[in-house]
Design a protein around this ligand. Sequence first.
Ligand SMILES: [Zn+2]
Length: 141
Amino acid sequence: MRRRSPSNKPKRACGEHPRTRRAISFNQLVVEVLRLTRPNLPDPWVQLSDELANTHARNCRRYAQVHFARYPAVIEFAPQVLWLPRKYRLGLIAHELGHILAPGKSEAEADRAALRFLRVHITYDKRNFPGKGLQVGRRIR
Ligand SMILES: [Zn+2]
């Protein structure tokens, strides 16, 4: 039997994170983005990124990013996002839209913008994800 010292907290490797049994489609992801976007923002461009797929494989928290290459912005996702349970997707999407609503501002400002304009409260799951944890979104009324 293997033993673990108390200071050696068990860490999950990439790929062992909470996953749905079946991935959603890319179209479903786009619909989820647009549902949250409207009517607060012009529709962003949404795409999957091979580069982010590789980055995600090294850093489990890296699922999405925004860049402002086209109006109002491009949201890029690692394809692994399609396997995430919905609460994480909601948190990630709301957080990235928060960056578009509060461009150039901090991570905390993006979360605040998500709460204020999209009515999504974002917390971080540190139990299943390293470091700062992964966004968990909850819609509020
Ligand atoms: Zn961010």
